[in-house]
Write a protein that binds this ligand. Structure first.
Ligand SMILES: NC(=O)c1ccc[n+]([C@@H]2O[C@H](COP(=O)([O-])OP(=O)(O)OC[C@H]3O[C@@H](n4cnc5c(N)ncnc54)[C@H](OP(=O)(O)O)[C@@H]3O)[C@@H](O)[C@H]2O)c1
Length: 277
């Protein structure tokens, strides 16, 4: 059996579907999950990973561990990992920030602590360290729908953002195939793309003009603080505004594992155009 945590999110939802389509026995975990959220044949378990839960299956073949919501900043890594310690392998969705922002409380130190807890568990492990997700563009969906505008800082700075469906595909491969023990994969999209270019891609996907509005860092920060803690917002803005060379480098890992190129932002926007109409 394979356990997928974060099963209703951007990565987990797709991962559950891939594994179920491949015929694996899957248990999908999130706090508010119901049977209606998962494909037929998949077991849904509602559990908060910050608390012990008798409902979590133990000693399973493999676990996809996603540190969702408040867990990154407020979760106790050893306690979150403990229920899965007897599993055959743990594939942790970590962050590129462990390597590129080691001093950052959120992206670097928090995920480094979860990686350490997974290593300490005794299970075989694989770490997936993605850069920024294409799905972060959902933050623009309501303004595109309402006024056909996108406001963002650092409009000319490109990053190789990744489609979360590619992360799910890599996770499925590492959960089900041998050869990934003690591997750390850095996951990016296939090319650098700036916020202004992303706005143009979304405009193409919905077939309507979209105006790009330059935001200052402070304007962007004020908006981000309405849905994320200050340390997460500050490191995210550092990455968006002053990326390191590594954060602007396309990693070969997605293509190496999947045998196909990573999905460009155009693909993500086409699949998710309905959210912006
Ligand atoms: N966005 C980026 O650019 C980026 C970059 C690098 C790394 N990451 C990392 O990727 C992860 C986010 O992935 P995502 O976008 O697929 O997630 P998401 O769409 O935000 O979904 C989070 C999932 O985790 C579940 N969850 C949240 N808190 C939980 C808890 N305490 N116990 C059990 N389940 C919980 C949520 O369901 P419920 O709310 O119902 O529990 C949901 O299924 C985070 O760890 C983030 O730090 C993100």
């Amino acid at each position: 059996m394979i356990v997928v945590t974060g099963a209703t999110g951007n990565v987990g939802r797709t991962l559950v579907r891939i594994l179920a389509d491949q015929g694996h026995e899957v248990t999908a975990v999130a706090r508010r999950i119901t049977r209606a959220d998962v494909p037929t044949g998949v077991q849904a378990v509602a559990a908060d990973l910050s608390q012990p839960s008798a409902d979590l299956p133990s000693e399973v073949d493999a676990v996809f561990l996603l540190i969702g919501g408040d867990l990154m900043m407020a979760g106790d890594p050893a306690r979150v990992v403990a229920p899965f310690a007897g599993s055959g392998k743990i594939v942790l969705l970590s962050s590129q920030g462990v390597a590129t922002r080691p001093e950052s409380l959120s992206h670097g130190r928090a995920f480094a602590a979860f990686e350490q807890a997974v290593m300490d568990s005794g299970a075989e492990w694989t770490f997936l360290r993605p850069g920024g997700f294409a799905s972060n563009a959902y933050a623009w969906a309501s303004s595109v729908r309402a006024t056909r505008t996108i406001a963002a800082p650092f409009g000319e700075i490109g990053l190789p953002i990744i489609d979360p469906d590619d992360i799910a595909a890599v996770a499925a491969a590492t959960l089900t195939q041998p050869g990934h023990a003690k591997a750390i994969y850095e996951l990016t999209g296939p090319t650098l793309i700036t916020p202004r270019q992303r706005a143009a891609v979304i405009a193409d996907a919905i077939g309507e003009p979209v105006t790009f509005v330059d935001q200052t860092r402070e304007e962007a920060r004020a908006q981000m603080l309405t849905f994320m803690p200050a340390p997460v917002a500050d490191t995210t803005l550092d990455i968006l505004g002053t990326p390191t060379v590594r954060e602007q480098t396309v990693s070969p890992d997605v293509e190496r594992i999947l045998g196909r190129a990573a999905t460009p932002f155009t693909g993500w926007a086409r699949h998710n155009a309905a959210a912006f109409r």
